[in-house]
Design a protein around this ligand. Structure first.
Ligand code: BGC
Length: 752
């Protein structure tokens, strides 16, 4: 009996095997033993013209699609979109059932899954997790949101924001990972690696030099190729090397007079030829301006049609067929586009391991486990900026006044397409704007409740701060005052460094009333702190996610030792900014404006170094409740390659995590050709018990020591003495080692 069953199973397996073999013979793109290139090529070879054209348009808005004329959106596509569009998905690319090619469900998911009306887990902002200085933190976040996205039926992520915080007032800096190309590249790569490890395709975005939101669809940015390659583009290049995102989202703006989505230099030359990018370029929603130019200069997929595209349906089958017939676009370019769009589906495993499609209402997600991932990320990331006389951590306090920032209800999140409807709903739903780029969302994670939970013996009371006198009275009666201030930023607008409303006055008044005042800042980026000298302690919480309050309370009370470091410099005044005004600031979008990035690659701390400015808080700054010493600095040059290393010792009494930062400074700045006196070349976070030490070594990416040479498309290190500086912030580099680097030049074209 047993034997018969085994035989039956074997026969069934053999039959299935034969079936699978026949299937892979007919459809070689199902053959997992083949490379992603081979599979994509085979699938494209089997496609009709209309099938290829299906892949190059992504639709948004079922109703809008229905209203389009049939020659622009064929009835079969309308029916497909109507039947399949997942509520809240940003884009939908119909599948090709005849060939078993899956549909693409594209959804925004930088900090969590955005699916309209559905509650999902929100991580801290990307800028916050960059402050962890540990790529494992965004990587864990990426895995978590990928699992939630899979459960919702999505397979393509609009994530991986890596624009540098060139403009500190940029409304989307919270979606990005700071001002330094190495930090931004490594931290965003963490997120993309986490996402793609779960068999999903991720973009990196917004490519490129999309560093202001004011007039984002019309601003023309002038910047030299060398400066770009050493700054904004280097962040994307490092990210691409480390995570191989399947897609790149080109941005709205123009770069050197050409739209980013039809910019030959950015797309064909840099991304596809030099970096050997094999995936596809998708446009930001509405960023396409032509058919022939866009296709020929590197755009592969037209997205956001028709909801967001006001310029025209340039990649519709009708327009594209005409471009092919007129000879404006070659058929082999269309084949390349289709091949590129399919490649990441095979490369990441999204083709072989598809999510269950359309099960959105029956999704089972372990929200409490996922919230724990978010809380851990916040606990690794919040930055203790100031802590005089060891006011923090709060221990044995009898009474605490919690003031301002809606701290009785929740913690702030950023606005726009990265916004997530939090589990538990918006804690403060009545703030304007309620519509795009709103709603203003407060995660339902109450600092007041969290502090009460962490300090069960203390009397913890709240004042909203609307009435400064009431807040002052509460602060006077309390042993400690914790004032929450908030700066809401979002997509489509830039902010100011000044806090809005009465917040600065509130902090000053409370600080005068109670010398033990702690300020907790929930911000999208840097802010000015005119009251800084008046307060002994400041915690930068960014937008800290669904368990932000718990993380804040645990850090304030010492359950968690803070270990975040600033991924951006905080300017001391507006006068320190590279650009006094943001062109088109505060005006409705659509006015053609121009900006020249005269600072070139000298962004953030590099700009401060060039100008000799002292920022309010330096890049890399972050305090701990213990102390660390950086010891044993090492820097070796072998065959022209620099390797650096150091040890970190916990010299205090508490366990904690420290971050060693390594910068390089040329002895002769002018001769080096560098844009600024120093560059970050390595960083390492280390977890240490009191008294313990640990060492690390890292090979330095040679591009971080080089200049980009336009004339022959190469990287070049100029021979000379370079000082390798070790420490814990850009303005705290106490130990150093000198090295001599030889002259070196190598091609900017990547090896296969
Ligand atoms: C944003 C993108 C986003 C897209 C789809 C655009 O407005 O700039 O970041 O992925 O919308 O929602």
């Amino acid at each position: 009996m047993m034997k018969q069953t085994t035989l039956a199973v074997l026969l069934a397996c053999a039959a299935l095997g034969a079936q699978a073999q026949a299937q892979t013979q007919d459809r070689p793109w199902f053959d997992k033993s083949k490379s992603a290139d081979e599979r994509a090529r085979a699938a494209v070879a089997a496609m009709t013209l209309d099938e290829k054209l299906l892949l190059i348009v992504s639709y948004t808005g079922k109703e809008d699609v229905r209203k389009e004329s049939d020659d622009i959106v064929p009835p079969s596509v309308k029916a497909d979109v109507a039947a399949h569009e997942i509520k809240g998905s940003a884009g939908y690319v119909p599948g090709i059932a005849r060939l078993g090619i899956p549909a693409q469900w594209q959804n925004d998911a930088s900090i969590g899954v955005r699916v309209s009306g559905m509650e999902r887990t929100a991580l801290p902002s990307s800028l916050a997790t960059a402050a962890s200085f540990d790529p494992a933190v965004p990587e864990a976040g990426g895995r978590m949101i990928a699992d939630e996205a899979r459960a919702s039926g999505f397979n393509t992520f609009l994530a991986g924001g890596a624009n540098l915080a060139r403009e500190p007032r940029n409304g989307r800096n919270f979606e990005y990972t700071g001002e330094d190309p190495l930090l931004a590249g490594r931290m965003t790569a963490g997120l993309v690696n986490g996402i793609q490890s779960r068999h999903m395709v991720s973009t990196m975005k917004h490519y490129a030099v999309n560093d202001q939101e004011s007039q984002r669809t019309t601003v023309d940015v002038t910047i030299s190729p060398a400066a770009m390659r050493q700054s904004d583009l280097l962040a994307f290049e490092i990210l691409n090397d480390l995570a191989r995102p399947g897609s790149v989202m080109c941005s709205y703006n123009l770069v050197n007079g050409r739209w980013a989505c039809e910019n030959e230099y950015l797309l064909n030359k840099t991304l596809k030829q030099d970096w050997k990018f094999k995936g596809y370029v998708m446009a930001d929603w509405g960023a396409v301006h032509s058919t022939g130019d866009a296709a020929n200069y590197g755009l592969d997929q037209f997205t956001g049609y028709p909801c967001c595209n006001h310029h025209g349906p340039f990649y519709s089958a009708k327009h594209f067929k005409k471009a092919l017939a007129d000879g404006d676009v070659a058929m082999r370019r269309l084949d390349d586009m289709a091949q590129r769009i399919l490649w990441p589906l095979f490369q990441t495993g999204a083709f072989d391991d598809p999510p269950p499609v359309g099960k959105i209402d029956k999704v089972k997600i372990n929200f409490s486990a996922n919230a724990a991932v978010s809380q851990k990320a916040a606990e690794e990331s919040l930055v203790l900026l100031k802590n005089e006389k060891n006011l923090l951590p709060l221990a044995n306090v009898k009474s605490v006044a919690v003031i301002g920032g809606h701290a009785d209800k929740g913690v702030l999140a950023g606005g726009g397409s990265s916004g997530v409807t939090p589990v538990g709903g918006n804690a403060v739903p009545d703030i304007e704007p309620k519509k795009w780029p709103g709603p203003v969302v407060y995660m339902p994670s109450s600092p007041l409740a969290a502090l009460k939970a962490e300090l069960p013996k203390a009397k913890v009371a709240y004042a909203s701060g609307a009435d400064i006198e009431v807040a002052v009275a509460l602060a006077k009666q309390s042993e400690v005052a914790v004032v929450f201030v908030a700066q809401w930023l979002g997509e489509g607008f830039d902010g100011r460094l000044e806090l809005e409303g009465n917040q600065d006055a509130l902090v000053s008044a409370v600080a005068r009333a109670n010398p033990k005042t702690v300020v907790v800042v929930e911000s999208g980026g840097a802010i000015l702190m005119p009251w800084l000298d008046q307060v002994p302690a400041v915690l930068e919480a960014f937008y800290p996610g669904i368990r932000g309050a718990q993380a804040i309370a645990r850090i304030l009370t010492g359950k968690v030792n803070p270990s975040g470091h600033l991924p951006i410099s905080f300017p001391a005044s507006n006068a320190q900014l590279a650009h006094a005004e943001i062109p088109g600031f505060g005006k409705p979008d659509g006015i053609p404006v121009h900006i020249t990035y005269h600072e070139g690659a000298a962004i953030g701390y590099k700009w401060y170094d060039v100008k000799g400015y002292k920022p309010l808080f330096a890049f890399g700054h972050g305090l701990s409740y213990t102390n660390f010493a950086v010891l044993d600095p090492k820097a070796d040059v072998a065959k022209g390659s620099l390797t650096v290393g150091a040890a970190l010792r916990n010299t205090g009494k508490l366990a904690g995590k420290g971050v060693v930062q390594v910068y390089v400074a040329p002895a002769d700045l002018k001769a080096s050709g560098w844009e600024a006196p120093k560059r970050l070349v390595a960083f390492q976070k280390l977890d240490l018990q009191p008294g313990a030490g640990n060492a690390f070594t890292q090979a330095v990416d040679p591009r971080l020591l080089a200049t980009y040479e336009v004339a022959d498309n190469s990287w070049r290190v100029r021979a000379g003495t370079y000082r390798v500086l070790f420490g814990q912030a850009a303005d705290d580099l106490p130990v150093s080692v000198d090295v001599t680097l030889p002259d070196m030049t190598w091609s900017a074209v990547h090896k296969d």
